[in-house]
Design a protein around this ligand. Sequence first.
Ligand code: PRT
Ligand code: ZN
Length: 286
Amino acid sequence: MIETLKIAIQKSGRLHEGSMKLLKECGIEISNGNNQLRVMAANFPIEVFFLRDDDIPEYVQDAVADIGFVGENVVQEASKSVDAIEKLGFGKCRLSIAAPKNGSINSINDLDGKKIATSYPSILSTYLNEKKISASIHQISGSVEIAPRIGLADAICDLVSSGSTLFTNELKELETIFFSETVMISNKSLSNEKKILLESLLFRIRSVKKAKNNKYVLLNAPNEKLQSICNLLPGMKSPTILPLAEPGWSSVHSVISESDFWNVIEKLKANGAQGILIIPIEKMII
Ligand code: PRT
Ligand code: ZN
């Protein structure tokens, strides 16, 4: 029997689309047209299970699935026995404590003796213990942001991304206690065959991530400036330099990281670079 890697992703919700997109970018074809629970990929030995995100850590721990894509917040809260092996770069958010904008709680030091509503009691209680704050935790499963308004709690601890939910509910963010993004988790005792499949999937995921974090750059430069321009663009090995038809000029091709991008572009222009083109990279294999 050919081994397959069983992967659990969110059935619907904020992580579903990003998870499907990542698999597609890795060249893995999956259809979930009939709202099925599990689907075999057409061209890679992967079987995808569509589950509620909260169930994923337990299913991976119990080897119902071999790996899963799920928020670090869920993994941390569930505290199951799984390995977190790769951050996936989407579903970024933060878990923050917030309190009514015009109320008496202005910092975490004002939380002593108060009641905090949250869906993350475990992460919150660890944080409160560390900070020696004795607040009571009221666990609720949804609509945490309305808890202070309806008198259920004095403050909340909830996920924030844009901040607009806090703003609309007239809450102010006091402190972030956990940063999260989607992570790949794995069962702790995979067979050797499954480990090989996982390595192959990880290789593809890392190539996709690297490509997203880098851009291909093409520019024209006067020959006397080539050295200083090449110093700014080390590229993967070193930049490619091709002569232009116009004497004294060359075309330089290289790769730059997204985070350095604007900084480097300014310096390239200051060094006489012209006709700078920036092109997205689809996959990057180093
Ligand atoms: O049905 P299922 O149980 O699978 O899904 P779910 O409803 O429990 O989860 P879902 O789809 O809402 O979120 C899945 C995961 O997305 C979370 O576990 C996080 O890892 C991640 N994520 C990223 C977020 C957010 N951003 C986010 N903003 N999860 C929830 N929110 C909520 C937050 O709780 C608050 O209500 O969005 C609101 C705040 O958003 P802003 O933009 O107004 O700040
Ligand atoms: Zn959930």
